[in-house]
Design a binder for this molecule. Structure first.
Ligand code: ADP
Ligand code: MG
Ligand code: MG
Length: 249
């Protein structure tokens, strides 16, 4: 589903990703773990199409479609969703308005009709309830003054409504207490589907206790240096990343 081949990326003339190769088959959840500064967020930003991330070699395709030559909004329309490590605050735009606008923009790009206001509200109410999000919160400007946990729940709400084909979650666990981690993880698990793939980026093992990945890849210094099953998370928790630093060099 997601195929990344020899991806090499520079930011401000500094090479961050150094020939990264990764395949996530349809229906699978893969995790990327790695030390701070390894290039995990750079991978997410590059796939999502953030400016300043210059691809100097390699390829990335989603269901056979080249991602790298598309604009940000075209990648979203192709079904890619990146959940940021630090979700953006958008003053002046109520969360509900933001989500409905994003949803209808994507439907339009796919040649579908707009979702009616009653249908949108009904669907949103159901998803919000499952994520323990108060509808009053959705009338406030997106993420402004929201707690870390509330922002992450908003991200999961958006994913549940936008129904992307492929999700990238960048450190979704950061800033979450145990209760919020459970609610967010359950929300993410509910999005697992045979026709959807996910890449879960995390520094720590604890998120992977709740979202069990099919595969774990270790990213060190811009490359995948090791891959394994879910048990790899516990091995890393016990032994740390040190043993892999040499492999990167
Ligand atoms: P991770 O998410 O794994 O912690 P990042 O992808 O955020 O790592 O960063 C990888 C490396 O890229 C780090 O060494 C970081 O300092 C560097 N980096 C990130 N943004 C820039 C930038 N704008 N200019 C130069 N270096 C950057
Ligand atoms: Mg980091
Ligand atoms: Mg990061």
């Amino acid at each position: 589903m997601l195929n990344i081949e020899n991806l090499t990326v520079s930011v401000d003339d500094k090479t961050i990703l150094k020939g990264l190769t990764l395949d996530v088959p349809t229906g699978e959840v893969h995790a990327i773990m790695g030390p701070n500064g390894a290039g995990k967020s750079t991978l997410g930003y590059t796939l999502a199409g953030r400016s300043n991330y210059e691809v100097t070699a390699g390829s990335a395709t989603l269901n056979g479609e080249d991602l790298l030559d598309k604009d940000v909004h075209e990648r979203a329309a192709a079904g890619l969703y990146l959940s940021f490590q630090y979700p953006l605050e958008i003053p002046g735009v109520p969360a509900l308005t933001f989500i409905r606008t994003a949803l209808n923009a994507q439907r339009k790009l796919r040649g579908e009709d707009e979702m009616s206001a009653p249908e949108f509200l009904k669907t949103t109410r159901e998803v919000a309830k499952s994520l323990k999000i108060d509808m009053d919160m959705l009338k406030r400007p997106l993420n402004v003054g929201f707690s870390g946990g509330e922002k992450k729940r908003m991200e999961v709400l958006q994913m549940a409504l936008l129904k992307p084909k492929f999700l990238i979650l960048d450190e979704t666990d950061s800033g979450l207490d145990i209760d919020a981690l459970k609610v967010v993880s359950e929300g993410v698990n509910a999005l697992r589907a045979p026709d959807r793939g996910m890449l879960v980026i995390t520094h720590y093992q604890r998120l992977l206790d709740h979202i069990t990945p099919d595969r774990i890849h270790i990213l060190v210094d811009g490359r995948i240096v090791h891959s394994g099953g879910p048990e790899l998370a516990h091995e890393l928790e016990a032994n740390g990343y040190d043993q892999y630093l040499g492999e990167a060099a």
